[in-house]
Design a binder for this molecule. Sequence first.
Ligand code: SAM
Length: 246
Amino acid sequence: MSIDVLSIFPDYLAPLGLSLVGKAVADGVIALRVHDLRDWATDRHRTVDDTPYGGGAGMVMRPDVWGRALDDVLGGQDLTRTVLVVPTPAGVPFTQAVASELAHADRLVLACGRYEGIDQRFVDEAATRMTVRELSIGDYVLAGGEVAALVVVEAVARLLPGVLGNPESAATDSFGTASVGLVEHPQYTRPPDYRGHTVPPVLLSGHHAAVARWRRDESLRRTAQRRPELIEQLDPTELDAADRAV
Ligand code: SAM
């Protein structure tokens, strides 16, 4: 997969060189490029923003600067399997399902806004040429889209073939295909006694079916306690009798 990130703070994206994503880049699974949006400004101050039409607080990022940057980054390629991701608190929620969809693209371009955001015409014009996803990483407002871009790239990267050491982890993680719509059960490792807190005995039993049942029950219980809205959304036909008893 090819990933381009555009930002006025390219250094903010430095963590993409670390850990799982950094390794995926080093291994050639991801071709990552980070661009400074100001390279497409035309004045000597390298301006990328202006005052909002209609008045009000703050500044808005100019569509012409963003448009030039996007055109150059895309480089006249076939856009069929390109997705422009525009992080914004006004976007649709970024979920594991959206991450899975994005993992099927050949190319992602992430446009990191700042100030009051990017002039909507940039997004609307791009949507006439390619798939555009305006995505929110949560109901709060960050100062810029860079952290959201890190979130999206990391969540997508771990779904790409060859990135996770054991691809089964993604399936059994919270919201994974093995536990659709549920958060994961709690995890335990050595020592068996930590400050008087012991490991649930079933996990030491060696009884695989009992372990699987316990994990499923804990997953359902945690989801019900912490994310009751997810329980409402479960498909009842996917619940067995033991699930319903939890
Ligand atoms: N005026 C915008 C609003 O109220 O919806 C907020 C703009 S915010 C200060 C600046 C930039 O941060 C946005 O353009 C976006 O790129 C990013 N951003 C802030 N919060 C975000 C969130 N929850 N999800 C995704 N991106 C976010």
